[in-house]
Design a binder for this molecule. Structure first.
Ligand code: F6P
Length: 344
């Protein structure tokens, strides 16, 4: 078979491990030809690609980022985009395309399969862990570890200076990183998009902690956290070229409000792209590898329109359309019963 591969959306630790696994199984075991499209859908539209052979993927297992490059954007953004994707399939005699992406890329992949019959298999990636249909995405565990390490470090400096530190982590619609890293790092409070917060209640938590003689606090906030309506003035919304809201200022909105209510010195740390860069953890390398191998099996079994997924420890093939335009939000019981027990 001739199989195309692309990586779409924001990058994520483990992308290269998936690419390597696909190539090792498809080329070495099945005798397939694999080509990798550069820069996500742009490479498909413009027919920019390279042949992925075993020597090409040598040494990439632990490398962060993606050797193929990635972009946001979709063939549906332009009038002739879908026709150009179809032309690429025909011109290059492609039997299948494996799309390694998050919610956006998997939605596009699902539409191309459902509406246009293209033979596509999805692989769920994102540090945000917000893809419906899988128990986990690769990259998430790495991001949580990075955020936890950062919180550990911030505790000691916060304690030395008797400061409140507001740590902003990624997670625009789902607060998985904030929740897991906040629990693991012993956060004073965790703010997530799924549970609107009240700045007065948050300040109370911090104040109570100080009253108990704990003069430092680390508050973990997901970039998409939202205040209860009318309780806090939020920064103006800014959109990027793809209509995505540019996030990354909630911590700055919160910090002065905590100071105003408590009088405690409050500083901000935004972890930003550090969470997405660098080498994947061993867990993510293994998950990525299993996903890559399973994607090749799905292609050979002609399970087009499916996505590989982790379900109760096993790798399964699930309907990709069930993930389209959906967000897998946090486990609210984990937030309320576990995380919140330690607030303050
Ligand atoms: O990869 C997902 C994500 O990390 C979101 O949490 C974040 O809002 C977004 O990417 C930012 O990515 P970019 O600035 O590359 O669009």
């Amino acid at each position: 078979m001739k199989i195309g591969v692309l990586t779409g959306g924001g990058d994520c630790p483990g992308l290269n491990a998936v690419i390597r696994a696909i190539v090792r199984k498809a080329v070495d075991v099945k005798g397939d030809t694999v080509i990798g499209f550069y820069d996500a859908w742009d490479g498909v539209l413009e027919q920019r690609y390279l042949e992925l052979t075993t020597p090409v993927v040598r040494g990439i297992l632990p490398r962060g980022g993606t050797i193929l490059g990635t972009r946001r954007g979709s063939p549906f953004d332009s009038k002739d985009g879908v026709d150009r994707v179809k032309k690429t399939f025909t011109d290059l005699k492609l039997d299948a395309l494996i799309v390694i992406g998050g919610n956006g890329s998997l939605t596009v992949a699902s539409m191309l399969h459902k509406q246009h019959g293209l033979p596509i298999v999805g692989v769920p990636k994102t540090i945000d862990n917000d893809v419906v249909g899988t128990d986990a995405t690769f990259g998430f565990q790495t991001a949580v570890q990075i955020a936890t390490d950062a919180i550990d470090r911030l505790h000691t400096t916060a304690e030395s200076h008797d400061r409140v530190l507001v740590v902003e982590v990624m997670g625009r619609d789902a607060g998985w990183i904030a929740l897991q890293a906040g629990i693991a790092g012993g956060a004073t409070a965790i703010l997530v998009p799924e549970v609107p917060f009240d700045i007065d209640e948050l300040s109370q938590i911090v104040r109570k902690r100080h009253d108990r003689g704990r003069y430092a606090s680390v508050v973990v906030v997901a970039e998409g956290a939202k205040p209860k309506p009318g309780t806090l003035k939020m920064p103006a919304r800014v959109l990027d070229a793809f209509g995505h809201e540019k996030l990354g200022d909630i911590a700055h909105a919160i910090a002065p409000e905590i100071t105003a209510r408590t009088g405690f010195e409050t500083r901000v740390v935004q972890l930003g792209y550090i969470q997405r860069g660098g080498t994947p953890t061993s867990y993510d390398r293994v998950l990525s590898t299993r996903f890559g191998l399973a994607a090749v099996d799905a292609v050979h079994n002609k399970e087009f329109g499916s996505m590989v997924a982790l379900r109760c420890g096993e790798i399964k093939s699930v309907d990709m359309s069930a993930t389209a335009n959906q967000t897998r939000t946090i486990d609210l019981a984990l937030f309320a019963d576990v995380a919140a027990t330690f607030f303050g």
